[in-house]
Design a protein around this ligand. Structure first.
Ligand code: ADP
Ligand code: ASP
Ligand code: MG
Length: 407
C-alpha cells in the first residue's frame, strides 16, 4: 500500500465529465489498496474569470479581497470531485486550504506555505477516505484566506506530499509529461522520460508553467518523488523528476528551453556612478516585496550609469511609481518602463561540461536578426531578454540549433 498525492489542473476538472474521469482513476488507485489525496485546481478559465471580475470593480484589486474571491474556484471543484467519488461508491471528504490548515505567510496573491496540519487528513485516510484538498489556497496565522500565486495548486500538491511523506506526487495535466519546450509553441518538442530536479527548477523559474517553481523547490527540499502525467491517457509513465544526474556520455548539452512574457523592464537612466546607487534603486523595490529578476548596469563615458532590471509585469507600475518618487534623491535623468519584452532561456546540466553553448545561442539569434537586450547566466542556464515579438521564433530556432527535435 502506498500513499499517493494526485494533483489535477484546470483542464482536468474543466467539466463534469472530466471530473468523473478523474474520479474513476482515483477509484482504481483506491481499489489497488492505496491511500489517495487529491488536490484540484479551479475549472480552467475560472481563475482568470474571477480576476477579471475583480478588476471590473477595482482596477488594481485589493490583494486580501482578491484572495477571498479568487480562491472560490477551487472550493467548487473540491466539492464536485468528492461527489464524483461518492457516486462511484468511494468514501471521500473535501477540505479547503483553511480547513486543512495549510498555513501560509500573509503575502496575499503570492503567499508561501509555512506549515501544514496533517492530522485531519491522516485520520480521514486511515478511516478509508479519499481526501480532496483545494489547491492554490491557504490561511495565514490571523485566519485570512491567502493564495499561492498562479499555478499554485502544484505547490499545494507537492507540499502535501512532503507533509504526509507520500510515496509519490503525481501531477496530472493536459500534456503527458515535461517536454523539451512547450509543445504548443514547438510541435517538434519531445517528451523527456526524466529530468533532473535542478533542470526542472531552472525551467520552472524561467517560465515553463508545467510546474510552478515553488512546487519544484518543495520537491527538492523534501525529496518528494514527483512525476508529471497526462490526465487524458490511461497509460504512460510521464516524466519523472530525478535527483541524480545520469552519468552518460549521451547527456544532451541542453535539456529544455523555457520562455515567458511575464516580465517588464525598468530602466533608470543617467544615474551618477557612485557607491550605494544599486541599493538606493533596489532598496525601495525590495521593501515593497517586488521580486527582481535580471539586473544590469552600464557605465557610460560621461560617468553616469544606466541601471536596468526586470520585474513581473503586474508590478511594473508599482515599481515605476516607487522610483519616480525617489527620482530626485537618486539623481536619475529618466525612469522608463518597457512591457514588450520576453525572456528565452536554455537549460541543461550538460552545459557544465561543454564550451561554446553561449556562442551557439547568440549566433543562432543573430542569424535571425534578433537583438539581445539583456543576458543572465547560471551554471546550467543562459537567459536572454529580447523583443516580445521574436519570442516564438527564438524558441523554435534554438530548439533546432541545439538538436532538441531529434530523438
Ligand atoms: P494545469 O492546469 O494542469 O496546471 P498548466 O497549463 O498550468 O496545466 O501547465 C501545462 C501546460 O504547460 C501545457 O499545456 C503546456 O502548454 C505548458 N508547458 C510549458 N512548457 C512546457 C514543457 N516544457 N513541457 C510541457 N508542457 C509545457
Ligand atoms: N487556479 C489557479 C490558477 O489558475 C491555481 C492553479 O491552477 O494551479 O492559477
Ligand atoms: Mg498549472
Amino acid at each position: 500500500m502506498a500513499l499517493i498525492v494526485q494533483k489535477y489542473g484546470g483542464t482536468s476538472v474543466a467539466n463534469p465529465e472530466r471530473i468523473k474521469n478523474l474520479a474513476s482513476r482515483v477509484a482504481r488507485y483506491k481499489a489497488l489498496g492505496h491511500q489517495v489525496v487529491v488536490v484540484v485546481s479551479a475549472m480552467s478559465g475560472e481563475t482568470n474569470r474571477l480576476i477579471a471580475l475583480a478588476k471590473e470593480i477595482m482596477p488594481d484589486p485589493d490583494p486580501r479581497e482578491l484572495d477571498v474571491m479568487v480562491s472560490t474556484g477551487e472550493q467548487v471543484t473540491i466539492g464536485l470531485t468528492a461527489m464524483a467519488l461518492m457516486d462511484l461508491g468511494v468514501k471521500a471528504r473535501s477540505y479547503t486550504g483553511a480547513q486543512v490548515r495549510i498555513v501560509t505567510d500573509s503575502a496575499f496573491t503570492k503567499a508561501r506555505i509555512l506549515k501544514i496540519d496533517d492530522e485531519r487528513i491522516r485520520a480521514d485516510l486511515d478511516a478509508g477516505n479519499v481526501v480532496v484538498v483545494a489547491g492554490f489556497q491557504g490561511v495565514d496565522e490571523h485566519g485570512n484566506i491567502t493564495t499561492l500565486g498562479r499555478g499554485g495548486s502544484d505547490t499545494t500538491g507537492v507540499a502535501l506530499a512532503a507533509a504526509l511523506k507520500a510515496d509519490e506526487c503525481q501531477i496530472y495535466t493536459d500534456v503527458d509529461g515535461v517536454y523539451t519546450t512547450d509543445p504548443r509553441v514547438v510541435p517538434e518538442a519531445r517528451r523527456l522520460k526524466s529530468i533532473t530536479f535542478e533542470e526542472m527548477l531552472e525551467l520552472a523559474s524561467q517560465g515553463s508553467k508545467v510546474l510552478q517553481i515553488r512546487s519544484v523547490e518543495f520537491a527538492g527540499k523534501y525529496q518528494v518523488k514527483l512525476r508529471v502525467l497526462s490526465s487524458f491517457e490511461e497509460e504512460g509513465d510521464g516524466t519523472l523528476i530525478t535527483f541524480e544526474e545520469e552519468d552518460n556520455m549521451e547527456q544532451p548539452i541542453i535539456s529544455g528551453i523555457a520562455f515567458n512574457r511575464d516580465e517588464a523592464k525598468v530602466t533608470v537612466l543617467g544615474v551618477p556612478d557612485r557607491p550605494g546607487i544599486a541599493y538606493q534603486i533596489l532598496g525601495p523595490i525590495a521593501d515593497a516585496n517586488i521580486d527582481v529578476d535580471i539586473i544590469i548596469q552600464n557605465t557610460g563615458a560621461d560617468g553616469t550609469t544606466d541601471f536596468t532590471f526586470t520585474v513581473h509585469k503586474n508590478e511594473l507600475n508599482k515599481a515605476l511609481g516607487l522610483l519616480r518618487d525617489k527620482q530626485k534623491d537618486i539623481g536619475a535623468r529618466e525612469i522608463a518602463g518597457d512591457e514588450k519584452i520576453a525572456k528565452v532561456s536554455i537549460v541543461g546540466v550538460g552545459m557544465r561540461s561543454h564550451v561554446g553553448v553561449a556562442s551557439l545561442m547568440f549566433k543562432t539569434l543573430a542569424e535571425e536578426g534578433i537583438n539581445i537586450q539583456m543576458i543572465s547566466t547560471s551554471e546550467i542556464k543562459i537567459a536572454v531578454v529580447i523583443d516580445e515579438k521574436y519570442m516564438e521564433l527564438a524558441v523554435r530556432v534554438l530548439h533546432k540549433a541545439f538538436g532538441l527535435d531529434k530523438a
